[in-house]
Write a protein that binds this ligand. Structure first.
Ligand SMILES: O=c1[nH]c(=O)n([C@H]2C[C@H](O)[C@@H](COP(=O)(O)O)O2)cc1CO
Ligand SMILES: [Zn+2]
Length: 169
């Protein structure tokens, strides 16, 4: 091959074991989930543009100003976490301050509930890539899927590659 008229020497070959886009974005969602203080379920989300740029991230937690030390992570009773926690998907949508999410993709470690589905649809996100779907039998997820399908949002389950990435923090 020629380069500026001169014969070009052979290039160094690229690395072959780099992570895929899916692994990268689901990996970021999984890392975000590690910030969650929910003792039962930690969820992470990563919103990506159509040209593979990360736009926003989120995890499930209490709203700004509502301390994890004051509000309850209980699952039952009058004072339970379901009143207080903001879901990872909604946090990721609200954390985005750059304008429109039209046409974006959301990677999320757990299938979105019906409330998050509404926010996803209304924000213009067009595809969901999810890892777990452990609440698939609940009305929250059944109605979520009904709305997402009706709105034309693509849903695709992440296929775990089994690749392990060691990060020493
Ligand atoms: O889409 C979701 N996104 C999300 O962030 N969550 C959060 C809310 C709660 O903090 C936690 C679920 O708790 P639990 O599994 O104990 O019901 O996960 C829950 C869902 C439900 O699918
Ligand atoms: Zn939700």
């Amino acid at each position: 091959m020629r380069f500026h008229g001169k014969k070009r020497r052979k290039k160094v070959a690229k690395r072959e074991d780099y992570i895929s886009w899916d692994e990268y974005f689901m990996g970021v969602a999984m890392l975000s989930a590690k910030r969650s203080k929910d003792p039962n379920t930690q969820v992470g989300a990563c919103i990506v543009s159509q040209d593979h740029k990360i736009l926003s991230m989120g995890y499930n937690g209490f709203p700004i100003g509502c301390s994890d030390d004051d509000f309850s992570w209980d699952r039952e009773g009058d004072d339970n976490k379901y009143y207080y926690s903001t879901h990872s998907e909604l946090n990721a949508i609200l954390n985005y301050r750059g304008g429109s999410l039209e046409g974006a993709v959301i990677y999320v470690t757990l299938f979105p509930c019906n409330e998050c589905a509404k926010a996803i649809i209304q924000s213009g996100i067009k595809e969901i890539v999810y890892a777990e779907d452990k609440y698939h039998e609940t009305m929250s997820v059944i109605t979520s899927k009904l709305m997402l399908r009706s709105a034309g949002v693509l849903m695709r389950q992440y296929e775990p590659s089994g690749r392990e990435v060691l990060i020493t923090l």
